[in-house]
Design a protein around this ligand. Structure first.
Ligand SMILES: NC(=O)c1ccc[n+]([C@@H]2O[C@H](COP(=O)([O-])OP(=O)(O)OC[C@H]3O[C@@H](n4cnc5c(N)ncnc54)[C@H](O)[C@@H]3O)[C@@H](O)[C@H]2O)c1
Ligand SMILES: O=C(O)CC[C@@H](O)C(=O)O
Length: 402
């Protein structure tokens, strides 16, 4: 029996994870490194894990950020491995970059800057060139213009708030909006009847949806055909949410004035109407720290106590410890699993102190606190139940257990 406060957890890191977060792992019980061979958990940002062999030892993945399209979530479902993320922890950073991008595009700042950089001659020549040519960079102001926001989650609603404060009208579209988002959304955000409605009536459009099958090429030729002329399109979500060929055609036919996005590609490079940034949305000191702290706290709570908060594949399940002997079971959401767990424990003469079970789609998760120690045989029996994907015994025996 391994006391969870005594054992060592190995955490494999991909990408640069803020030290402010990493140092929350107590160094006597957590080994952190980028070259560990038998990791218990992986900490990642944007590293592409889709075609990678994830060691069988991995029981959790923590994404220090929002998007999890770089992680094989379905494969992890089959293994009963939760994929954590950090909702909202970098939302303000993205919001600020979206605001900056709207202003940069509205005032033609990139071509204006390039123009000034290209000038040659003394100050007198320079000043003349500036005054002769500045009309080419005539911009527009934001108040009273309409910003259409697709996706009103953690980022979309912050962008909406900020745009309203700048005097813009905001149209929002999010058919899957959560109750929490709807409550925190400004009443000044107008609901678009459809995505076409939003596209037809916006001067600026900002995308804030996750990349999934249903959002792949959400912005395509047809959607671009609905745009007004000279729309400014902002994509700080993911590259594949907008079809690059459709965007390029939209620029050529005058529908799109600027495409500002966080995801460079060869097709998008060296184009006057395209501003790409090197995936900078979450790259602020504050966001990196917030994400790292949040994901590390969530991982530790899961590894030591089995609690689950903020995953993309499991329900939130948190139970205060009612006894030192806890079993955590990640299971498929199928009938009679709880009955089989209880029977297995009763057959072993174990008394259940407290138990919780929740499901989300195909996945479910069960925490059971037992009044007495649980033998390895019982854990083996539980693991053999059809649909039980990952069974962990998490006893805390030390006096000072936290
Ligand atoms: N550029 C960056 O560095 C950066 C940083 C953070 C997040 N992101 C990207 O932004 C995305 C959104 O982040 P978030 O924190 O706001 O996530 P979130 O989960 O809080 O919000 C996403 C919203 O999109 C909505 N949605 C889903 N499908 C939709 C559809 N077809 N049409 C309209 N709305 C739809 C959801 O209902 C949800 O409200 C992330 O998934 C990630 O890909 C990028
Ligand atoms: O980690 C990053 O720098 C980017 C994170 C961002 O794309 C996200 O989805 O949260």
């Amino acid at each position: 029996m391994v006391d969870q406060t005594q054992r060592i957890f190995n955490i494999l890191t991909f990408n640069q994870i803020s030290a402010v977060g990493l140092k929350r792992f107590p160094s006597d019980h957590y080994h952190i490194g980028s070259d560990l061979t038998h990791p218990d958990a992986i900490l990642v940002r944007s590293h592409n894990m889709l075609n990678m062999d994830i060691p069988k030892s991995v029981i959790a993945i923590g994404r220090a950020g929002a998007g999890t399209n770089n992680i094989p979530v379905n494969e992890m479902n089959c293994r009963g491995v939760p994929v954590f993320n950090t909702p909202g922890a970098n939302a303000n950073a993205v919001k600020e970059l979206v605001l900056a991008s709207m202003l940069i595009a509205a005032r033609n700042l990139i071509p204006a800057f390039r123009f000034v950089e290209s000038l040659q001659g003394d100050d007198k020549v320079l000043h003349k060139q500036v005054e002769d040519h500045k009309k080419k960079f005539l911009g527009v102001e934001l108040p009273k213009r309409t910003l259409g926001i697709i996706g009103l989650g953690k980022i979309g609603r912050l962008v909406a708030d900020a745009a309203i404060k700048l005097g813009m009208k905001v149209l929002g579209y999010d058919p899957k909006i959560t109750v929490e988002s709807a409550w925190s959304l400004s009443s000044e955000v107008q609901k678009a009847h459809s995505i076409e409605d939003l596209l037809r009536h916006s001067d600026f459009i900002s995308l804030h949806v996750p990349l999934m099958d249903s959002t792949y090429h959400l912005i395509n030729d047809e959607m671009i055909s609905y745009l007004k002329r000279d729309t400014i399109l902002l994509n700080f979500s993911r590259d594949a949410i907008a079809d690059e060929d459709a965007v390029l055609a939209g620029i050529t036919n005058g529908k799109i004035k600027y495409y500002v996005c966080d995801f460079p590609s060869q097709k998008l490079q060296h184009h006057e109407a395209i501003i790409t940034l090197p995936h900078l949305g979450a790259s602020t000191q504050e966001a990196e720290e917030n994400c790292a702290i949040m994901v590390v706290n969530q991982l530790m709570d899961y590894l030591q106590h089995g609690n689950i908060i903020n995953t993309v594949n499991f329900p939130d399940v948190v139970m205060e410890r009612g006894s030192p002997y806890r079993v955590a079971i990640a299971n498929a959401n199928v009938p009679n699993l709880l009955g089989q767990i209880s029977t297995c424990m009763a057959n072993a003469g174990l008394n259940i102190h407290n138990m919780t079970n929740k499901s989300r789609g195909e996945m479910a998760y069960t925490l059971v606190d037992i009044d007495s120690p649980v033998s390895e045989n019982v854990i083996d029996d539980l693991s053999r139940i059809t649909g039980a994907l990952l069974v962990r015994y998490l006893p805390i025996l030390a006096e000072n257990s936290d």
